[in-house]
Design a protein around this ligand. Structure first.
Ligand SMILES: [Zn+2]
Length: 364
């Protein structure tokens, strides 16, 4: 019997060498959390546990591959692939990236004391029971994390946040000229020029295959047009067009997505978080990138014509501008202006694919 007690005593220190923390909103009773991993004094606490300790709620969103936290400022979003917290379209840097350890997304003490305190609007009491414990697994390389994120996405069979290939459809071609400007400049030519420039940017900078539905001035059947977009590895479809109107006043870029993807639920207190469609998220990213480049955007609208093709494929049709507006026509014909548009389209697509820190880099 004594032997067992001695044994027990020998083992006790080992068992107590588990990372644990106390968390509380200032003035409330602290909650002891024991599902904690620690590395070099940095504790990693499961985000759900931390939230419930301070009276917040949130959940994992397998489409955006991020954890969403419900706050009075809107949804705050963190992701294991990003060193930023996104809230209301803005990105805030985190001291440490969230990590997946033992099947749960975890944040550090710095996140709890800074970001969570800000989100609750109250100061937070935090105590690390034993900062010397080191029980976290070796940190994965960022490449492995990316791969993990990618596989996790694929497993959910939802649109991944990393894209494998892009299909671009320059509208019209051949006898089908599209809109013709008063100068004789044809929409089909603009669409192709922009498509080729965009393809080059995406290929060069994202290093993924880009499929154009046409690479010259020829007509396509509907089937041929859909061919590039229906390839198995295509995760994104961009259709390029230009407009004309009776009024020569109208100008600016217009974005279209499928009708059924427009529905953007308003977050309700009791209802499950609304999920924006990938096409809408993509269109929003493109829209804001264009606006940042001082290109006016008329808005994001539903299009019934876009229901063709793979229904779940994130798709945006971009009307590059009005060939009926003399000023805009002149711009659209210039290679410099096309480059500005292409750069903005590329930026929007990249942000959509990465949901990452570029925005804040651009601000710096
Ligand atoms: Zn067109």
């Amino acid at each position: 019997m004594h032997f067992f007690i001695i044994l027990l005593c020998l083992f006790l220190p080992v068992h107590s060498a588990v990372a644990a923390v106390d968390i509380a909103l200032r003035g409330k009773d602290p909650v002891r959390l024991e599902d904690v991993y620690q590395q070099q004094g940095v504790p990693y606490i499961a985000i759900e546990d931390a939230l419930s300790a301070v009276g917040l709620k949130g959940h994992w969103n397998s489409i955006s591959h991020s954890f969403k936290i419900k706050t009075k400022y809107g949804w705050a979003e963190i992701s294991p692939a990003s060193g930023f917290m996104k809230i209301a379209g803005e990105y805030y840097p985190l001291k440490e990236k969230p990590r997946f350890i033992d099947g749960r997304l975890r944040v550090t003490d710095s996140f709890i004391l800074n970001q969570l305190a800000q989100l609750t609007g109250r100061s937070i009491y935090f105590r690390n029971i034993d900062p010397d414990v080191d029980n976290a697994p070796v940190k994965q390389s960022s490449n492995l994390e990316k791969l993990f994120a990618f596989l996790l996405n694929k497993k959910t069979d939802k649109n991944s946040s990393l894209i494998r290939a892009v299909a671009i459809d320059p509208g019209h071609g051949g006898l089908d000229t599209g809109v013709i400007a008063s100068t004789g400049y044809k929409e089909k030519q603009l669409n192709l020029e922009v498509a080729e420039k965009l393809a080059k940017q995406l290929k060069m900078k994202l290093g993924i295959p880009i499929y154009l539905s046409r690479d010259g001035d020829y007509e396509l059947t509907l089937e041929q047009r859909l061919q590039s977009a229906s390839r198995e590895d295509v995760d994104l479809w961009i259709l390029l067009h230009a407009q004309a109107a009776f009024s020569s006043e109208l100008s600016g870029v217009t974005l279209f997505i499928r009708e059924e993807e427009m529905t953007q639920n308003i977050p309700d207190k009791e209802v499950e978080e609304p999920v924006e469609s990938d096409s809408l998220i993509l269109a929003k990213n493109i829209s804001s990138a264009l606006q940042e480049s001082a290109i006016s955007v008329r808005g994001i609208y539903p299009s019934s014509r876009l229901s063709l093709g793979r229904g779940n494929l994130p798709t945006v049709q971009i009307e590059l501008g009005f060939l009926s507006n003399p000023e805009e026509l002149q711009k659209l014909q210039s290679s410099d202006y096309q480059d500005v548009i292409v750069q903005a389209l590329y930026t929007g697509i990249r942000r959509y694919t990465q949901l990452s820190k570029e925005k804040i880099d651009g601000v710096k």
